[in-house]
Design a protein around this ligand. Sequence first.
Ligand code: HEC
Ligand code: HEC
Length: 318
Amino acid sequence: MKSELVPFALALIVALAPPTLADAPIPAWAYPVNPPGALPPDDGTPLSVPGSDQRFTMAQLRDLTSVPDWHPDDHPPMPPSVARSARKGVYACGFCHLPNGLGRPENSSLAGLPVDYIVKQVDAFRSGARISAEPRSLPIDIMVGVAQGATDAEVREAAEYFASLPTRPWIRVVETDVVPATHVAGWMLVASEPAATEPIGERVIEMPEDLERTERRDSRSGFVAYVPTGSIARGEAIVSTGGGRTTACGVCHGADLRGLGPVPALAGRSPSYLARQLHDMRRGLRGGGWAVLMQPVVAGLSDGDIVDIVAYAASRAP
Ligand code: HEC
Ligand code: HEC
């Protein structure tokens, strides 16, 4: 082939290439986007949650600069970077990730993750190496702003705190064919009213066990994740053997998926969070850290495989 034809031929090959898995639309259940609209105003009522003498108003519960700590006896004292904003834009880590580090579906659990892993991920958000497939996600935007504004010392202090926290069951995984109809509020799925049901399809529906307690950021009230019937067994087969299209996960993440050395745990973590990571990696959007090790793992996974894998991982004991 004449050399000037080579770029043309290459362009043609690219144009004619079949769409790859990485081009598929991202699943809305994993990346819920809040509808536009203002939150109802706070009437100033002091609010409570079971088992706590603390009282916070809704305005205090929405203030990202300081953590509403309902259960201070449940965790060691929070260092300053976890408990409060250091400066404008550097919000308190514990506000989003919770004082016990167990997190919420729109962010991530951090409890028990390796210190170096946490530090490297904040670096990756800061440098722009780790970005999300959903550019409208405000929580992720704020996470990036925090990473850019926090000092290395603040990040390390927070990383050491979260790494020291125990993990515990936080998400109840239930196989089902039918789920409550949901809509997005507070960047997560919540049951619609009046209550209705719909087929689960190829989705995971993760929602608060108790919406009011989650709205109040009660760190003792967890989540339920509905997953398709049969998905846990299918996920187990992929995770333990690779299913002919990927590598078994245990060699790096530990046989029980509870993490190995610097490699993060997957067991018992939010299935929506885990699915976002697999989709972001499959699209080549999550770089930094050791994300390159995950590239061959995700390349051949279908959307359905991701549902099955995260159903299984979330159902394991953390
Ligand atoms: C506005 C809420 C918010 C605040 C405040 C916040 N984060 Fe995050 N963080 C997020 C979100 C959202 C994600 C998940 C991004 C995704 O889904 O890909 C995240 C993800 C992370 C991850 C990746 C976890 C993993 O398993 O890879 C780390 C590490 C992290 N945050 C650390 C911190 C630290 C340290 C602080 C405080 C200095 C902090 N975050 C403050 C929202 C927040
Ligand atoms: C060769 C080692 C290796 C194998 C095999 C592997 N992983 Fe990973 N995985 C990693 C590393 C290392 C990271 C951390 C990446 C980083 O630093 O950004 C990771 C990160 C992840 C994350 C993101 C976790 C987080 O906290 O954000 C998910 C989800 C994940 N892996 C799932 C899987 C699944 C599912 C399999 C099997 C199908 C698998 N991995 C197989 C090494 C591996």
